[in-house]
Design a protein around this ligand. Structure first.
Ligand code: SF4
Length: 183
């Protein structure tokens, strides 16, 4: 079997597949050297979850999940068994990107396969305390098709053949200085 796809990589892959390579390559290096302040703030927001400081009787957070159907592995952010809501919290959301939705889909498919009842998908922006409802994948066939195409694309991806063609992405990419595919 192919190596599992890391759920958080779904979002990174949509931004730029090469960024996953650099993220993995530099993950052991001093993070302050390679992370923008936005990323550091975002990570701090998630530390509350990762260190299990969040309390709530009906809530679980930061559990490892696996989805056999799409061969996905990762962690969820928050699941509330009372409301059956699965939430991904981000530091600041100004716009919902497809990659963020696919990341939540990955968590959803893993949780439902593992027997959890999930009826709501939410993305929560911590800075402005806004919550965005995301349709379940079965209620959004167009996004579901995009999600499945993304899984196939990741399975077939070869970094050697990849060329970035969107300069705007490279301009806001922290890996630009060391990336030989930058445009
Ligand atoms: S610099 Fe451009 S091509 Fe390289 S990882 Fe960043 S976005 Fe991708």
């Amino acid at each position: 079997m192919e190596n599992p796809i890391i759920i958080s990589n779904l979002n990174d892959f949509v931004f730029c597949p090469a960024s996953i390579y650099f993220h993995n390559a530099y993950s052991g290096v001093d993070e302050l050297t390679y992370q923008t302040s936005d990323q550091i703030n975002g990570k701090a927001a998630h530390e509350t979850i990762d260190t299990k400081k969040y309390t709530g009787a009906a809530r679980i957070q930061s559990i490892d999940v696996y989805c056999e159907k799409y061969n996905l592995i990762g962690k969820i952010d928050l699941y509330d068994s009372a409301t059956r809501a699965l939430t991904e919290r981000k530091k600041k959301i100004s716009k919902i990107y497809d990659g963020q939705v696919f990341q939540l889909y990955g968590q959803y498919f893993a949780m439902t396969e593992m027997g959890y009842d999930v009826e709501k998908l939410l993305i929560h922006s911590l800075d402005d305390n806004k919550t965005y409802d995301i349709d379940l994948p079965e209620n959004d066939p167009a996004m579901m098709k995009k999600f499945e195409n993304l899984i196939k694309e990741i399975e077939l991806f070869n970094l050697n053949d990849f060329r970035q063609n969107n300069p705007a992405k490279c301009l806001r990419c922290i890996y630009e200085p060391m990336c030989d595919r930058s445009v």
